[in-house]
Design a binder for this molecule. Sequence first.
Ligand SMILES: Nc1ncnc2c1ncn2[C@@H]1O[C@H](COP(=O)(O)OP(=O)(O)OP(=O)(O)O)[C@@H](O)[C@H]1O
Ligand SMILES: [Mg+2]
Length: 402
Amino acid sequence: MEEQSKYAFGIDVGTENVRAVALEIQGEDTIKVIAYGEAKNEKGMRKGIVTDLSGPAEATDKALKVVEGMSGVNVDAAYVSINGSHISSEQVTGMIAVSSVAGITSEDLDRLEDTAMSGRITNNRQVLDVIPLNYTLDGQSGIRQPIGMTANKIEIVANVISGLTPSVDALGRAMAAANLRVLRFMPTAVAAARAVLTEKQMENGACVIDLGSSTTSVAVYDEGDLQYVATIPAGSNNITKDLAISLELNTEAAEEIKLRFVTADFSDNKEITMRHAGETITFSKNEVNEIVKDRLDDIFAHVYEHLERAGYAQKLPEGAVIVGAGAKMRGIAGFAKESLKMATRVGVPGAGLSGMVEDIEKPEYATVIGLALSMADDGRFSGVGDDEKKPFSLFGIFKKKK
Ligand SMILES: Nc1ncnc2c1ncn2[C@@H]1O[C@H](COP(=O)(O)OP(=O)(O)OP(=O)(O)O)[C@@H](O)[C@H]1O
Ligand SMILES: [Mg+2]
């Protein structure tokens, strides 16, 4: 008998572009890309944050329609990206006494997490994820999974990912307006890591940098766990704006210059003449190089600062992987390697997938593919029992600070 199809969906709500994908999971290990779509986010977002619900709602609706048309599958629920400099990660610690001789239960661990978080996450923040990094049982540290073990005292070190409640809430409402149930919000770079890093790379130490239009997000992995996330409020669109200001051009002309002539190796310095909207524009590549270099220097200096803050600058043996459409600038990996002082490559999703893989093997599809893969990993297929049985509450999935 043929097994019933299972689907997983990702929606990456970017400041400039909303991308959606549908995966079909067939049997044990066949994951097929069955549809992908994107739509311009014309208005309503600034630096990764929703400022007007209608803009991202409309763009999401459009991207979903493309995916639904291509796959013939109704997208009702998905994993959705969240972005913006309000997203942060914090290490918390906590300790509880356990009395049961029957062994540590998941309820004990919930109580331990609550103790660790109490008073640490402020009232105006929404917890998006709690990643236990280490448990200590009666002084014995380095325990990964204590359920079933016995101890009098358990301690935890956990990484708590949170975002400002109004921003999380606004994104949730924009998705609800597009008739989409949010099963989970994931920071963009965290989602992308699922698509471009192997488990071994996460174990050894690596980071993902999502260079988007107006944000650059970083996620650091070590010992198999997410250790740190941060978002810098500048991206590839800042290069366009800098060019427009310095060369006294409109942003369309500046964008064309960026896409056609800018490379991050700053090799040539000739005079360039191009036609744009019926006008002739002449500029020196030298001047453009300086403008672009200044901005990239600034962005990657901030990335480096975050790596230092996380305690991982020059300590990631598997290096950095750059994703996002901003990663398509020629020479970007070499530039990042110099400024971050570590091995760097541009990451594309698609490894191990079948179906329309060639179409999504692009750095700008890393986040959305990672979202859908994470949904599949968690077994939260669309139309599968569990989610249907529970009455849906948009934010019921998040642990609220007490
Ligand atoms: N070939 C290219 N070379 C350089 N830059 C490019 C190229 N293609 C697209 N970009 C730039 O990538 C940016 C869009 O990136 P992306 O779609 O990842 O952003 P987003 O997800 O909408 O935004 P954010 O992640 O900041 O919210 C734009 O600034 C665009 O100019
Ligand atoms: Mg993005």
